[in-house]
Design a protein. Structure first.
Ligand SMILES: Cc1cc2nc3c(=O)[nH]c(=O)nc-3n(C[C@H](O)[C@H](O)[C@H](O)COP(=O)(O)OP(=O)(O)OC[C@H]3O[C@@H](n4cnc5c(N)ncnc54)[C@H](O)[C@@H]3O)c2cc1C
Ligand SMILES: Cc1ncc(C[n+]2csc(CCOP(=O)(O)OP(=O)(O)O)c2C)c(N)n1
Ligand code: SF4
Ligand code: SF4
Ligand code: SF4
Ligand SMILES: [Mg+2]
Lengths: 592, 350
């Protein structure tokens, strides 16, 4: 193998698993350390810079960082990164005074933002502080997009959303609420310098051809329409026996909301096996905690309507077969169809993109799947001044992805408006540059805590099931938060090896608790991975390889479960290992 | 400095046949200087015991005084141990072995602890061929008391202060061969693979297995002019005879060309395969071994590996014709048969 080029920033970023997995590359370990030091405002600001909605995301983020977290691989359970984010938000001081100031003199560029969800709001924030004039259109009466119309209050209290959306709108954004944009041509005709489309994936899938669908229509609703109805007060109660179809997070929100609106026998019925369900594990657990059974391997056959009234549904039992090519097939078991009684059905089987307001002849090209043709990096469409982000770009995803798109689109729009090359983008910043740590500096945080993942308290069930506005998760208190924050392994404090100093004494090999370090003969990567004292089977994790040493061997470190404890550096007699703090912040619009 | 090691280990850490990982053979975190050869030997001991599937509660570690003698705190945290007075490890080991002959005894000493203050004890425990592994972590100096020359420092070798050693050095391996040890080896802490294999063979050997392991002292004796430094030993080390240790339970499957291998079967059934090479020493002969060591010395080579092997040597229990039952499992009646019996024994001498 070739020696690792650690001067390539991407190497160290890759080692910070959580940050690498976060679409917005939030510098997680840095904010977790701030939380450990009870500096909640700074922790909040670090989050606000990267992910714009720390209070919201600290509650409802899809958390791609947690399955990636090193602690999960090393010990079994990841750091509760998301809940720590919420702790920072819950206990922050006055942060508004820390926000960047919006210049009084504008730069003369006007940008239209279509849709008021997290993607558009991120673009708005990033560009407002650079002096752009922003006009935000949304058909709802307030901003927030699906965070407002879909995510139930028992997961995300309205005031949390209002505050963080307010932070952005207060930057002088011109809002055009209650305006459904019906024509892209009209918008283009208004002379904006650029247009950002953040209209989401607003259409819920239905089952139009299933027998009984039409007859039972009054008791059958598409999930996302129903949830919006609840938020806006059109839907106030539900039937006693409710079937929710689907296995994603929308299904989880539907069933839990139904339990709060009078549903007594609420059940989720899903086609696939439980292990394949799209919903997040914690949402499934929360639903189970509210006595909602999840019945898997049942494919809907028909809505059963008697005397004009929905009385139940019939399902076929299936079994999943996995083919060698990775494809899954649901095969009927041949058993008799199963009948389940119900008086209401919510269909939560997915969302679709729809752009009925974009004229076919306006020059914006679409793919065969009905999505706009985009440059994946710049998010630019076939119309040079039109950009797309969030769910509207590549199909339904989540809030943090929408935010990440927002940042990229803002960079592109800024470059575009300044007449620059959109592919010559500002680079991430490493700060403080090349900060070497001495023993005394790293020692405090290097201790690896033995604590297991801290559970979070919930509101009493009897109470929360009566009130759909009552938040279920109560968040960590500062002491529990400190304990949890100390579980973080500080993956951004990197181990750096200097082969010219090493005397091959083996001290680092001996002390390393997780047997990461090896001094062995070089070879091709596959073979080298097998030959390490503990074979490096996790191919997602890189090997750190040195130049040859005096004995002809090389140092090979498997990054997989390095605890960043710094013991190698402590035990090295020649300081051939040192620890280097590497805090990397993604570029934002305006960076050079 | 960290005062404890994280408790998390690699999730794929190997398990031995007892279901233990290396963790069950570790001790507390070392307080020796970073880079000390003694730490490497400590880890070689952990590896050897782990790979030999020894039950930690059936191992006894014994030591005297010195940095080397501190190391039992850093390995086998779940085994028995006795940190004795300077140079007196052998007598404590003898007493323990007399009381319970069924345990594995590992003595750890230093060149000061053995070749100076403990020389008398060393000589006699070797003569008695006590069933134990006797490890000297040899750094050519008194590390713990800040690096004074020890009796194993080679004449002419220069330590950190730069003054050459004026006295003749003691070669503990030659002494052990001369005093009748059945297993004598020399290793280098920087060559852990060989040390581990040698330790395993030493544990399997019945009788005293003596291992002199050169172990650089990074703080006081690691200058390139010292014959006990990493650089010097790396440049002058030479394996005496390649060998393989095959534990008793593993089947021997490889076929060797006739005459190229000399298998030596140990007491417990395990085998040491010695790979013969024309110009290399013969290690089952005392005089040949002594010659080879002297020859190497004049040529400034350091011979490592098993240097002398004779598994037939009777151990202390055999020599003293003691009972086969460990004394600590016997009752008071048997151990102290009373006045009448004493009279009978005394009468026998009259
Ligand atoms: C039930 C449900 C629960 C979810 N839970 C989570 C969760 O817990 N965590 C998570 O990360 N993600 C969750 N999501 C997904 C998340 O809400 C979306 O991925 C995210 O909001 C997408 O953001 P966006 O900015 O692309 O668009 P959206 O948030 O969808 O906002 C688009 C806005 O544009 C408006 N709009 C559309 N067309 C027009 C038009 N022509 N003119 C004017 N306005 C228009 C829409 O009304 C909407 O307000 C959930 C989604 C659903 C359906
Ligand atoms: C009876 C007695 N005499 C002297 C000492 C002082 N002393 C402590 S350690 C030591 C020498 C240790 O040298 P060595 O055995 O080589 O161990 P090292 O520290 O080099 O590993 C001496 C002389 C002592 N502790 N006890
Ligand atoms: S241990 Fe900390 S820094 Fe490492 S991946 Fe997990 S949260 Fe991130
Ligand atoms: S920091 Fe060093 S000693 Fe600690 S786990 Fe990583 S490689 Fe091992
Ligand atoms: S502890 Fe330092 S000198 Fe010793 S092998 Fe490791 S890196 Fe090399
Ligand atoms: Mg010594």
């Amino acid at each position: 193998m070739k020696p690792t080029d650690i001067h390539e920033c991407s190497y160290f970023l890759q080692v910070i698993d959580c940050q690498y997995a976060c679409p917005a590359h939030t510098p997680v370990p840095e904010y977790i350390r701030l939380i450990a030091h009870r500096d909640y405002s700074s922790a909040y600001m670090l989050n606000w810079d990267s992910n714009v909605f720390p209070g919201v995301l600290g509650r409802i983020c899809d958390r791609p960082c947690e399955p990636a977290c090193r602690r999960g691989r090393a010990e079994g359970e990841p750091v509760a990164i998301c809940r720590l984010k919420r702790l920072a938000a819950d206990f922050r001081g006055d942060v508004e005074s820390l926000f960047p100031r919006v210049p009084d003199r504008k730069n003369g560029k006007r940008i239209a933002l279509i849709g008021g969800g997290p993607a558009s709001l991120t673009v708005a924030r990033d560009l407002a502080v650079l002096g752009y004039e922003l006009e935000l259109y949304d058909n709802q009466s307030r901003a927030g997009g699906f965070m407002r119309s879909q995510v139930p209050s028992f997961r995300l209290p309205e005031e949390v959303l209002d505050t963080e959306v307010g932070y952005i709108l207060n930057l002088g954004i011109h809002t055009r609420f209650n305006q459904y944009v019906t024509s892209l041509k009209k918008i283009l005709g208004k002379g904006y310098d650029a247009v950002f489309i953040g209209t989401g994936a607003p259409r819920g899938r239905d089952l139009p051809d299933l027998p009984g669908r039409e007859e039972g229509d009054t008791s059958i609703t598409v999930g996302i329409e129903w949830l919006a109805g609840v938020v806006f007060g059109h839907v106030k109660k539900t039937g006693k026996k409710v079937i929710v179809l689907g296995g994603g997070n929308t299904a989880m929100d539907c069933c839990r909301t139904a339990r709060r609106l009078g549903g007594e026998d609420v059940r989720v019925v899903v086609r696939s096996p439980r292990a394949d369900m799209k919903a997040s594990q914690w949402e499934i657990e929360d639903a189970a905690g509210e006595d909602i059974p999840i019945i898997d391997n049942h494919v809907p056959l028909e809505f059963v309507v008697k005397d004009g009234r929905l009385v139940g549904m019939r399902f076929e039992k299936v079994r999943a077969c996995y083919h060698d090519n990775g494809k899954r097939e649901l095969m009927a078991t041949g058993e008799k169809p199963i009948f389940m009684e119900c008086d209401e059905v919510l269909i939560a089987i997915g969302q679709q993109n729809a752009f009925p307001w974009i004229e076919q002849d306006c020059g914006l090209q679409f793919t065969a799947r009905g999505l706009p043709v985009l440059d994946e990096l710049t998010l630019q469409t076939s119309l040079a001044n039109v950009f797309v982000g969030g769910d509207a770009a590549f199909g339904p995803a989540n809030v943090i992805t929408a935010v990440a798109h927002g940042h990229q689109a803002a960079i592109s729009i800024d470059l575009y408006c300044r007449g620059k090359d959109l592919h010559d983008r500002p680079r991430s910043k490493v700060s403080p540059a090349d900060q070497q740590l001495d023993f005394q500096d790293w020692i405090y945080d290097s201790h690896v805590s033995d604590e297991r993942r801290q559970p979070v308290p919930h509101a009493p069930r009897a109470k929360s099931l009566k009130d759909r506005l009552l938040e279920v998760e109560l968040g960590f208190d500062p002491e529990v938060g400190r304990v949890e924050s100390e579980r973080c392994l500080n993956c951004d404090v990197q181990t750096v090896f200097d082969a010219s100093l090493c005397i091959e004494c083996d001290a680092c090999v001996d002390i390393c608790p997780t047997t990461c370090i090896n001094f062995i003969k070089n070879g091709p990567e596959d073979e080298l991975r097998q030959r390490l004292s503990i074979p490096a089977r996790n191919l997602q994790q890189p090997l750190y390889v040195s130049v040859p040493l005096p004995t002809g061997r090389i140092m090979v470190k498997d990054e997989n479960v390095c605890l960043h404890c710094g013991l190698c550096a402590e035990r090295c007699p020649t300081a051939a290992w040192r620890m280097l703090k590497f805090v990397c912040r993604s570029a934002v619009a305006g960076d050079r | 400095m960290s005062y404890e090691r994280p408790t998390i280990r690699h999730p794929d850490a190997k398990k031995n046949s007892l279901g233990y990982t290396r963790k069950e053979y570790e001790g507390s975190i070392s307080t020796l200087c970073a880079g000390c050869g003694h730490d490497s030997i400590t880890h070689a001991l952990i590896t050897a015991c782990f790979e030999m599937n020894l039950e930690p509660h059936r191992i006894v570690k014994l030591s005297g005084i010195g940095c080397s003698s501190k190391t039992p705190a850093y390995f086998l945290g779940r085994s028995h141990g006795f940190n004795s007075v300077h140079g007196r490890m052998p007598s404590v080991a003898t007493g323990a072995n007399m009381a319970n002959r069924e345990l594995v005894y590992i003595g750890v000493s230093g060149d000061g602890d053995t070749a100076s203050i403990g020389m008398g004890q060393f000589a006699h425990v070797v003569r008695r061929n006590l069933d134990m592994v006797y490890v000297v972590m040899n750094n050519g100096c008194y590390g713990l008391t800040k690096g004074q020359d020890s009796a194993t420092a080679d004449r002419g070798s220069k330590t950190k202060k730069g003054r050459p050693v004026s006295l003749e050095s003691i070669d503990l391996c030659e002494m052990a061969i001369q005093l009748g040890a059945g297993f004598v080896g020399r290793g280098f802490s920087g060559d852990k693979k060989q040390v581990v294999e040698m330790l395993k063979a030493a544990v399997a050997h019945k009788g005293l297995a003596f291992l002199d392991i050169i172990s650089p002292c990074v703080s006081f004796n690691n200058v390139p002019t010292s014959t006990k430094s990493y650089a010097w030993v790396r440049a002058h080390e030479e394996a005496a005879l390649p060998f393989d240790f095959i534990p008793c339970c593993r089947e021997i499957t490889v076929d060797y060309p006739q005459g190229s291998v000399l298998p030596v079967t140990l007491h417990d059934g395990s085998v040491i395969n010695l790979y013969k090479q024309d110009d290399l020493m013969e290690i089952t002969s005392r005089s040949a071994a002594m010659d080879a060591l002297e020859q190497a010395k004049t040529e400034h080579r350091i011979l490592t590996g098993i240097l002398y092997l004779n598994p037939e040597q009777p151990d202390t229990h055999a020599l003293l014709e003691t009972v086969t039952t460990p004394l600590n499992t016997m009752g008071r009646e048997e151990l102290c048969p009373g006045n009448a019996e004493l009279q009978r024994i005394n009468d026998a001498f009259r």
